[in-house]
Ligand binder design. Sequence first.
Ligand SMILES: Cc1ncc(COP(=O)(O)O)c(C=O)c1O
Length: 425
Amino acid sequence: MSTKADTVVKKGYNVEEIRAQFPILKELVNGKPLVYFDNAATSQKPRRVIKAESAYYATINANVHRGVHTLSTKATEAQEAARETIRKHINAKHAHEVIFTSGTTAGINLAAMSLGQLLLKKGDEVVISGMEHHSNIVPWQLACEWHGAKLKLIPITDSGEWDLKQVPFSDKTRILAISHVSNTLGTINPVKELIAEARKRGIITVVDGAQAIAHLNVDVQDLGCDLYAFSGHKAYGPTGTGVLYGREELLERMPPWQGGGEMIDTVTLEKSTWARLPFKFEAGTPHIAGIIGLGEAIRWMEDYDFAFAKASAEQCKSAFAAHEHLLLEHASKELLTIDGLRIIGTAKEKVGVISFVIDGVHHYDLGTLLDQQGIAVRTGHHCTQPLMDHFGVSGTTRASFACFNTIAEVDAMVDGVKKGVNMLR
Ligand SMILES: Cc1ncc(COP(=O)(O)O)c(C=O)c1O
């Protein structure tokens, strides 16, 4: 779905060419063309990713790192090629700093459990922010509980940004765990600045990059973080895949989190020793097809997005993000014409995520009415209940844009919201 307005938007950015890569966009939902605005939950997959995953099963399916036979070697090479693609994309120094996980949640749990054991003792402190996803709250609550440490919060402002005047660093702070981009508000956080401050104090830094990886040029060395977690499925890759980047020196010191095959060097009944990086943190058979698909998703993004290919730390926003920003501006302007509508999250720096509430309209009812028109948005607390409490709402309606969305689709959503409001109020 695109209109004349999209011709203006595209200027060197061919949204129709990008849309043609996504088979699902031809689907009808409830008899209407699909308008998919739930990309922050999971993005749609381009044909190349779907093909790469099924080609693994159809032609080289075998376990990795385990056999001398030809298929196992091919599967290992394909998986390790994906690791190298990701290493380059995030500018890690070494491929063995890229640990495959099942997603951001798994990456942060690994970080919290392992760092907890390595660093935390009674009275220590872990700092997170008030806008974290539950995945970057609960693992730290568990680690703090187990080691007698305390969780401290960076408060957030009414516009949905960190209040940098109130960062609760102290001489007891051991870990800073923060999101690069908020999934609910879209805020792009000044992670580099805060990491620099933390490093001066010897604090270990963990970044939740779940919402950044598909929109920003993530350069882990430039950010200066110790650990960086993201999910493949939010960056046009398969579900059940993810990465935890870790600085080599720290990973060497961290104890393994899960035990099993592949993560050991030697095992006796009395004691085991650990495999070299990254395998120390990759117990069991990985999601090989998914990892190969994730490598292809990253290559696909780089092929279609000149800014990713340039990977300049200065030019932080990708071409996809610039396109999504135009959609965000248009959506914000049009939605604000609706009486009683309030946008939650008005930071200066945002990715294409817009959360809103409307007086007298429940987000769940609105989401259901939009779905009847083929428009997929998210409703609820978006796994950020403390943030909802901060804004005094039970939930929001959230539209989150991707590289393939259009102005015409935004207009369809705005029309749908107007109709919904008329029916519900
Ligand atoms: C900011 C943020 N962190 C963590 C997660 C968890 O990601 P996953 O469910 O892929 O592990 C999400 C998912 O929505 C997220 O938006």
